[in-house]
Design a protein around this ligand. Structure first.
Ligand code: GAL
Length: 369
């Protein structure tokens, strides 16, 4: 394992397979499911992402219980200097024991991502939040901040995205259409699809704000940050610019691929091109990943075939995207989850290097053992 990660970092032969120090796990290019931290405990950091700050990596992810799926603990944090030996730093953001709190124990916190804001000196965490007892109906984004990377993070607020504001790329005609969901009760009909494309759910949610479920954050070279999330009943991705302190939405946002049913977004930039890897919407079950690119974060975005190649590529090797980490030397690491719905705590991790083919498209080859 260590050799694999060090190869990723320092760039010698990527394809060598290596056995983990952890007994019984053959890792090849896929990290062991049930991966352990340096104290021998399973790493419990699902749907997460990595912050690189002052020579250290900080991995934030969902703490998941052995049984069930609601959040009993919060967002976990681990630190490492080599991406291989992870030290448990504790719970970065805790659920609250206060009844009625937006983050009350029993809520659902998913897909946490942390970025550093140089202007305020704060670490800012965004995550998908579902309120206790409401299943996945709330579809909110939550924000928490800290003065140190490991936390504890202080919960600030949660909510839907940009209430009262239309997406920038919705045409005047679409804005005036004033579509009403009551007229489109039956899903997946051609009329319904057309209405979704025209912003059926944008209209429905305009006053209260757009839904926000699976999500990631992206900080661009100019310091602007973006929240990228599955919206409109998971049918449409949206990208929303954040305010300069990264703690709110600025009001500027766009819709991507209306009705495309994309989730689990992971974004990166290479040589001026923005790339995004997503999954389809099949819950915990793996599906074929999707790939998009654009010359600007604001688009135009276009779709490409899945970047995954080899046996099992049509199911993303059993995984689902969560983050792409930029490593020194222009290297890129794809991070995914190998969900185990019967015991989410023991869901595994799929970390694979991203290479680029002759046509300039990203390629992610299958794990080897
Ligand atoms: C997946 C999603 C996960 C989680 C799960 C719940 O589609 O990517 O983050 O929300 O559904 O069923």
């Amino acid at each position: 394992m260590k050799r694999f990660i060090l190869m990723l970092l320092f760039g010698s032969l990527l394809l060598a397979s290596c056995k983990g120090r952890q007994e019984g796990t053959t890792v090849g290019l896929v990290l062991p499911t049930e991966w352990k931290d340096i104290s021998g405990e399973y790493i419990n950091a699902h749907g997460g992402g990595i912050l690189s700050y002052e020579g250290k990596y900080y991995w934030f992810g969902e703490h998941r219980p052995d049984k069930g799926f609601v959040t009993e603990v919060g967002v976990n944090c681990y630190s490492s200097e080599n991406l291989c030996d992870w030290k448990y730093e504790g719970v970065a953001l805790s659920v609250s024991s206060e009844p009625g709190s937006e983050i009350e124990k029993g809520c659902i916190m998913e897909r946490p991502k942390v970025v550093y804001n140089a202007k305020t000196g704060k670490f800012v965490m965004w995550f998908h939040l579902e309120l206790k007892g409401q299943g996945y109906a709330a579809a909110r984004a939550g924000v928490a901040i800290s003065d140190t990377p490991t936390g504890p993070y202080r919960f600030l607020h949660s909510g839907r995205v940009n209430p009262g504001i239309y997406p920038e790329n919705m045409t005047q005609e679409e804005r005036e259409a004033k579509l009403d969901t009551a007229q489109y009760q039956k899903w997946w009909t051609p009329e319904w699809r057309k209405a979704v494309e025209c912003g059926l759910f944008v209209h429905r949610d305009l006053a209260g704000g757009q839904m926000s479920r699976d999500m990631t954050l992206y900080v661009d070279d100019d310091g602007k940050a973006y929240h990228i999330y599955s919206s409109e009943e998971n049918l449409t991705l949206q990208i929303a610019e954040l305010t300069d302190d990264y703690q709110k939405h600025s009001g500027r946002y766009i819709r991507l691929f209306p009705g495309g049913h994309n989730e689990a977004p992971a974004i990166f930039k290479r040589e001026g091109v923005y790339w995004m890897i997503c999954s389809g919407c099949t819950g915990w079950a793996p599906n074929e990943a999707r790939l998009f690119s654009a010359p600007s974060i604001w688009g135009p975005w276009k779709q490409h075939p899945t970047p995954f190649v080899g046996e099992g590529a049509d199911r993303t090797f059993g995984g689902q995207s969560t983050y792409v980490l930029a490593l020194p030397g222009n290297r890129l690491l794809f991070m995914g989850d190998l969900w185990k719905p019967e015991s989410l705590m023991y869901s595994g991790y799929l970390w694979l290097p991203i290479s680029f083919g002759e046509e300039g498209l990203p390629i992610i080859s299958g794990p080897r053992s």
